[in-house]
Design a protein around this ligand. Structure first.
Ligand code: GAP
Length: 441
């Protein structure tokens, strides 16, 4: 692919579009601000990220239950959570073009509107709530206002007792959710880094007060391990501790896991000690007791503290893509490669007949069908030179390519090419499924 962009993010955005990872939403209408669609490869990468998270949080553990709460919740939830009063950004408006900007945006610090250039016409900062509002039912009035949730966490808090009782969990235990969240961000941008519609993978771990700091350290370590298990280079990851002025209204302590994106170090996951803030507030606002009573020792009752781990699917996808993107010289030619971990790669293997004759396409078809049947995402490509076909798969992030050549039809062997090392190995065609299973899981 001829990529004329020079900025690393522009190159990544362009590759993502060309290879079917990510498209701008409603592109034929000029696009929707900071909303993106995942194409055929993007949706697979996203699913692989979510599956890796669900597996490590829910399937591999006895102490975490999954759930899926609705996006629309009772509006009082957001009063109790503090989002109606406090989930705001300070905004100032240009008196000339009436565009609005974050008051702390560096471009407006000198009093000049970054859009129309007029000076000193900004009004006083006003608090702008980031929650999207809509109406439930046919009447558009204040009494029917509901919000699109800005985080999945509240669905876990309001269901804390339902889950504990139905799953017979004793503290410490957690509730994990993957789901959409919405924020009317004022300064979205950097591709899928900050968007108005996004997906979160959040886990709320309920613990006995007094043990919270220990669990906080435990979860910090587990989360960093998980990110590294996705193949993201450890030297591009670090923790950032929130200072008192950065802490969210609910948090006693918070650490971000940051990745060094092409536009700098930024958060892609947060680990928060939310104390008993949320359960206490829901108890107060709903009038329902949310105390935990230990079934083995009924004198042991308390309002649990919560350690939260919260990560965006889109940000994890972006970190994985940015980390995997390479431009290099191989065999005297330059190539662009997405060196995605095989676990995350949307297509695990490409099956390529060297030429479209002498029984090669038929054998390639059989191998492709066997891989599909075994549940290994495979792509059959017979068009163009073999070099071009390899490059296309390198750009798509496919870790292995199987070539069916003249020898294959004689002795039933094929070559397997490794995307990263370019090493080629000859293996029996009927051993391909086992060979790949060992490498891609
Ligand atoms: N429940 C806590 C919570 O929502 P957060 O730090 O506001 O905490 C958690 O969000 C994660 O969700 C972030 O680390 C980020 O990965 C993702 N996220 C938040 N806002 C986002 C946005 N506008 N676009 C994309 N991802 C976002």
């Amino acid at each position: 692919m001829a990529n004329r962009a020079t900025d690393p993010m522009d190159k990544l955005v362009s590759l993502c579009k060309q290879r079917g990872y990510i498209f701008q939403s409603s592109e034929i209408y000029g696009g929707t601000g900071s909303v993106w669609d995942y194409g055929p490869l993007g949706v697979e990468l996203q699913r692989n990220v979510k599956e890796a998270w669900w597996r490590s949080m829910v399937h591999e553990r006895d102490d975490i239950e999954g759930m899926d709460a609705a996006i629309l919740m009772h509006p009082r939830v957001w009063e109790a959570s503090g989002h109606v009063a406090g989930f705001t950004d300070p905004l100032i408006e240009c008196g000339s073009c009436h565009r609005r900007f974050r008051a702390d945006h560096p471009d407006v610090a000198n009093g000049q509107c970054p859009v129309c250039g007029t000076k000193d016409t900004f009004g006083e900062p006003r608090q702008f709530n980031l929650m999207f509002k809509t109406f439930m039912g046919p009447v558009e009035e204040d009494a029917s206002v509901v919000y699109l949730r800005p985080e999945t966490a509240q669905g876990s808090y309001v269901n804390f007792q339902n889950v504990a009782t139905s799953a017979r969990q004793r503290i410490p235990f957690g509730i994990a959710q993957i789901g959409k969240a919405f924020r009317n961000e004022i300064t979205p941008g950097n591709f899928i880094f900050r968007t108005r519609e996004f997906e979160q993978m959040e886990m709320q771990y309920f613990v006995e007060p007094g043990t919270d700091e220990e669990w906080f350290e435990y979860w910090k370590a587990r989360r960093m391990e998980w990110v590294i298990s996705l193949g993201i280079r450890p030297e591009k990851l670090r923790f950032h501790e929130h200072g008192p002025d950065e802490l969210a209204h609910y948090a006693k302590a918070a650490f971000d896991i940051e990745y060094e994106f092409p536009f700098g170090w930024h958060e892609f996951e947060g680990v928060h000690n939310r104390t008993d803030f949320d359960l206490r507030r829901h108890q107060e606002f709903s009038g329902k007791k949310l105390e935990y009573v230990d079934q083995m020792d009924r004198d042991k009752r308390f309002l649990p503290f919560v350690i939260e781990t919260a990560v965006g699917v889109g940000r994890t996808v972006l970190a994985a893509l940015a980390d995997a993107y390479r431009e290099e010289e191989v065999e005297g030619e330059s190539r662009t490669v997405l060196a995605l971990h095989p676990r995350l790669a949307p297509i695990k293997v490409a099956v390529l007949p060297l030429v479209k004759k002498d029984g090669m396409p038929e054998l390639a078809d059989n191998i492709h069908a066997a891989l599909r049947k075994a549940g290994i995402p495979s792509f059959h490509d017979a068009s163009g030179s073999i070099g071009r076909r390899y490059r296309r798969q390198d750009e798509a992030g496919t870790p292995f390519a199987i070539t069916v050549d003249g020898q294959s039809t004689e002795d039933g062997t094929v070559t397997v090419r490794d995307r990263d090392t370019l090493a080629q190995e000859r293996i029996a065609a009927d051993a391909v499924v086992t060979w790949l299973r060992e490498r891609v899981g």
